[in-house]
Design a protein around this ligand. Structure first.
Ligand code: PMP
Ligand code: GLN
Length: 379
């Protein structure tokens, strides 16, 4: 009776990174770059520290950073957020997500989300007494069945969580998907949590369909973003969320007692760095080259795949190699072959037939080559 989360174990990211370390394996499991963040950004942080920005930031984040975020969203998605009331800087997207869920979810409230689901949503719902209601994404392209969504929405549904681009599948929601969602949520009070941490990693010339582009969604939506993903510094744990004023007021009531504020010197650095839009506009091409190079390197292997449409993850299907479970095969690939990945069943795929592993390609060319050499010889 002690535990509110009896089913929760150590996250797979900790487990696989530890296993990778023990076996000196190449680590394509936990999603983080193995190349450095821009030295200019490090200089800006150092400068901020030397200038004395070492005490608490204002509770919602420094104003200049909120302002550049508002400008970025306006230029990309033609939606205006008021930096004063509608943007809050957070200690990464994870904190934003947890705070949003605890601010609004009461015991018995239903939260609709999609499987496979990034692993931080469900525990946050359950610890607050909410009930997760899952909709399985369909087929190799991980498509949403919107009629199923419609059927699963009830008078108890308080929130819907989407994630585009999607971790772990690398799929993206299209404009048509977003319009369907807008129609499903019309005439309800349902809050939308749109996890858009990979907003700047969308491939093949496509535009990211942010919830902020759709008025019927934006009016009810928290969008969560992460500088860690965009600027190659996941360890800095800095991100933000945006929402209409009324929702953000409630969020800040919890946020101020949850962390009070995100760290100050990093905020100073990002405020200056974001003034140059090339820092994020060049990201899709940067990661698309990595995706293409990685897939080219393993084109002769026994793994099959549908190229990732966004994020820095690629799923590989190993059914031509073995019928082991994904957890067993991921462990064997790590301990016997020296390559760590993530079995996607941990993202709530309770499908016995799942034969997919997730590989992070936010890696240096030489790391990807070493990984490919292993994948090309895996039997
Ligand atoms: N959402 C998704 C889909 C993610 O993949 C991640 C982390 N990798 C997060 C949220 C958390 O972001 P952060 O590291 O900024 O807390
Ligand atoms: N989001 C990262 C991933 O999917 C991991 C973050 C974490 O370790 N919690 O790999």
């Amino acid at each position: 009776h002690l535990s509110k989360l009896p089913k929760v174990e150590t996250t797979i990211f900790t487990v696989m990174s530890r296993l990778a370390h023990q076996h000196k394996a190449i680590n394509l499991s936990q999603g983080f770059p193995d190349f450095p963040t821009d030295p200019k950004l490090i200089e800006l942080v150092t400068k901020a520290m030397k200038a004395g920005y070492n005490q608490y930031a204002p509770m919602p984040g420094i104003y200049s950073l909120r302002e550049v975020i508002a400008e970025k969203i306006e230029s990309l998605h033609k939606k205006t957020y008021d930096p004063e009331h509608e943007i809050t800087i957070t200690a990464g997207a994870t904190q934003a997500i947890f705070t949003i869920i605890s601010t609004f979810i009461r015991p018995g409230d239903e939260v609709l989300l999609f499987k496979p689901a990034y692993d931080c949503y469900e525990p946050a719902i359950v610890v607050n007494g909410g009930i997760p209601v899952f909709v399985q994404l369909q087929g190799k392209e991980f498509k949403v069945d919107w009629s199923e969504v419609k059927n699963k929405i009830s008078s108890k549904t308080k929130m819907v969580i989407i994630n585009t681009p999607h971790n772990p599948s690398g799929t993206v929601l299209s404009k048509e998907d977003m319009l369907r969602l807008e129609a499903v949520l019309a005439d309800t009070d349902i809050i939308l949590l749109s996890d858009e941490v990979y907003e700047h990693i969308v491939f093949d010339g496509k535009a990211h369909q942010s919830a902020s582009r759709f008025p019927g969604l934006a009016e009810r939506t928290f969008i969560c973003a992460s500088f860690g993903k965009t600027f190659h510094n996941t360890g800095w744990k800095t991100g933000y969320c945006v929402a209409p004023k009324q929702l953000m007021e409630e969020f800040r009531k919890t946020h101020q007692f949850n962390v009070f504020c995100a760290n100050h010197p990093m905020q100073r650095a990002f405020a200056t760095y974001l003034e140059d839009a090339s820092s994020y506009l060049e990201l899709p091409a940067f990661y698309e080259r990595k995706r293409d190079a990685f897939l080219e390197m393993i084109s002769g292997s026994k793994f099959s795949f549908t190229p990732s449409k966004g994020t820095y993850f690629q799923l590989l299907d190993y059914s031509a190699i073995t019928d082991e479970s994904d957890v067993d095969f991921a462990k064997r690939l790590c301990t016997e072959y020296g390559l760590a990945s993530i079995p996607i069943s941990v993202f709530n795929v309770n499908n016995e037939d799942n034969r997919l592993l997730r590989f992070c390609f936010a890696k240096k060319e030489e790391t990807l080559q070493k990984a490919a050499r292993i994948l090309n010889t895996t039997q």
